[in-house]
Design a protein around this ligand. Structure first.
Ligand code: FES
Length: 570
């Protein structure tokens, strides 16, 4: 960081010409060309990181939201200056948005660091954007407030309520099973996502919004406000004001994101029955400040933290119901005895102080009490064993308990292409008790760890009414999906992890009770297969640009899939 980072407003982070006064003079002159008065340019600056894009439906209301942020900054005596970063629209990116999360984090960090601003409001929402912004802000360590997009409203199809994207999958599964027609699926396609905002269920975006609020980086009460609700605009105004207030009383991300607030966030993730992706993202955010999240610790917290929130994909309701039921505040109140109450929020308040002034409203049909939870233990569990020495994740709250203790025959797909080619082949040798295994879909694979872990039930089994099977991969799963799906197997197949050694016909044993995932093949045979294994991935030296940077530096799932060089020096 240059010495100029200690300056204020426009004279912060000066362009280097070897003459400081000239740099200030030139910058003021060029800024004045945008119509600013000298009085405006003398104010401290709050940057507004805008991740809107024509390729991001979830952020389509950002112009209005950012106007409200600007109003708040002006009320606090600052000058609001909006700047663009890249945007990651979940369904618009190939091969998968996760591959670009670190690119957006680098963009966010470097633009916060390089441009003249004293504080920043991060405006994001769609799955990878909030983690990217928090990772970047943690590394830049300038006072920052996270403002999220807010969830979409639900829609209707006949008498049924629809919300992206659990219902996208539910109806697609019905279509695959021949239960609904091509005409009906086309009608549903037009009704699944009808307003601005992020997916309407407790998927990755909503989980990360709740995590941002629990960490203390977003204002209290703001995570669940629907995107189109007037309160969302008031939250934007308040976020701008809070950022402006932090200029004279700086609270840095490193004071907010601590081991204790990260543990609170993990508790909330578990109580929400939140997205498996959030484990990767929270690990990456915490990692930027040197905080580790061992998966064994996740299991300890999971055993002590009840599931409280009855939202899809696990439960019944949608994000708008969660908002009206009391939102994150109501969940935090229930978890109070388990939380660290001395953690700081960007308002300067501690979590304990926030809860002391909490209004106390809750709708018990959506948010259960700690005394009568939906499940006594958390929604996520980490599995270890010879198939996942560094761990794997199962969302047990979204899985079929009848499969929790199961031994079955492996049916292996060596890649996503292999899966697409064979899964619906009527000749595929597979039964409902078999275990589907997908290899080469982890972070180092060419596919960049897509949300492909929700392997489709083979069409011939789906047509027989099979709704769930054990599916194992080094891929991820959408936060809106459900099933007995083991994900994030580490180390992954593409670097020769044990997953690469599985063959069709092997026996695999899953035990949720023992938190184990084992390949029942003797060690001598595994050693023989290991000696024969060769990588199918294109090596980094035959790639270029960001693809090469990614291939050289991406870490495994248990390390948050960040780039090693973005972690703080040891
Ligand atoms: Fe943006 Fe689901 S597509 S949150």
């Amino acid at each position: 960081m240059s010495d100029d980072a200690t300056g204020r407003g426009l004279s912060r982070n000066l362009t280097s010409y070897g003459d400081r006064d000239f740099s200030v003079y030139l910058r003021r002159s060029f800024a004045a060309s945008m119509g600013y008065s000298r009085q405006a340019l003398d104010r401290p600056i709050v940057g507004i990181a805008n991740s809107a894009s024509g390729f991001n439906n979830c952020h389509r209301h950002f112009p209005e939201l950012i106007e409200a942020v600007k109003r708040g900054v002006l009320m606090g005596g600052g000058l609001p200056v909006e700047f663009p970063t890249i945007s990651l629209g979940e369904v618009f990116l190939n091969p998968t948005s996760l591959k670009f999360r670190n690119l957006m984090a680098m963009d966010t960090e470097e633009m916060i660091r390089a441009q003249p601003m004293d504080a920043v409001v991060l405006v994001g929402g769609c799955d990878k954007t909030v983690p990217a912004q928090l990772m970047g802000a943690a590394s830049a360590d300038l006072p920052a407030v996270q403002l999220v997009a807010g969830p979409m409203m639900t829609s209707r199809h006949g008498t049924e309520r629809l919300g992206a994207c659990t219902d996208c999958r539910r109806f697609w599964a019905k279509y695959r099973a021949g239960e609904i027609s091509a005409g009906q699926i086309a009608e549903i396609e037009a009704r699944l996502a009808t307003t601005a905002g992020t997916c309407a269920v407790m998927g990755t975006a909503s989980t990360m919004a709740c995590i941002a609020e629990t960490l203390g980086m977003a204002l209290p009460g703001t995570a669940a406000i629907p995107a189109v609700h007037a309160d969302r605009l008031r939250a934007a105004e308040a976020s701008g004001l809070a950022a402006a207030r932090m200029i004279d009383n700086p609270i840095r991300p490193s004071q907010v994101i601590t081991e204790r607030s990260v543990e609170n966030a993990l508790r909330v993730l578990l109580a929400l029955g939140g997205s498996t992706n959030a484990v990767i993202h929270l690990t990456a955010i915490a990692g930027r400040l040197g905080i580790r999240i061992p998966l064994a610790r996740l299991n300890q917290l999971s055993d002590e933290t009840p599931v409280l929130v009855n939202l899809k994909p696990v439960g019944q309701h949608y994000m708008e119901d969660f908002f009206f039921a009391g939102g994150v505040g109501a969940v935090l109140r229930e978890l109070r005895p388990l939380l660290h109450l001395d953690t700081l929020t960007v308002t300067g308040e501690t979590l304990g102080e926030r809860l002391a002034r909490d209004p106390g409203w809750v709708d018990r049909s959506v948010i259960a009490s700690a005394e009568a939870p939906l499940e006594p233990r958390g929604g996520l569990v980490a599995l270890f064993g010879n198939l996942a020495p560094r761990g794997a994740i199962l969302k047990r709250s979204a899985a079929d308990p009848r499969l929790f203790e199961h031994e079955g025959r492996a049916v292996v797909f060596s890649s996503l292409d292999d899966l697409a080619r064979r899964v619906d082949d009527p000749e595929l040798d597979i039964g409902p008790d078999d275990i589907m295994v997908l290899q080469n879909a982890g972070p180092r694979s060419e596919s960049g760890m897509p949300e492909a872990g929700y392997l489709p039930i083979p069409r011939k089994l789906a047509a027989r009414g099979v709704k769930d099977m054990i599916r194992i991969s080094d891929a991820r799963m959408s936060g809106t999906a459900f099933g007995t799906i083991v994900l994030h197997v580490a180390p992954e197949a593409a670097i020769g992890g044990p997953l690469a050694l599985v063959r069709t016909g092997d026996r695999i044993r899953l035990s949720v009770r023992e938190k184990r995932l084992d390949l029942l093949v003797d060690e001598a045979e595994l050693a023989r297969r290991r000696a024969e294994w060769t990588s199918t991935v294109i090596p980094p030296e035959r790639r270029r640009g960001y693809d090469r940077l990614y291939a050289e530096h991406v870490l495994q799932a248990d390390e948050g899939c960040d780039f090693g060089f973005l972690l703080p020096p040891a």
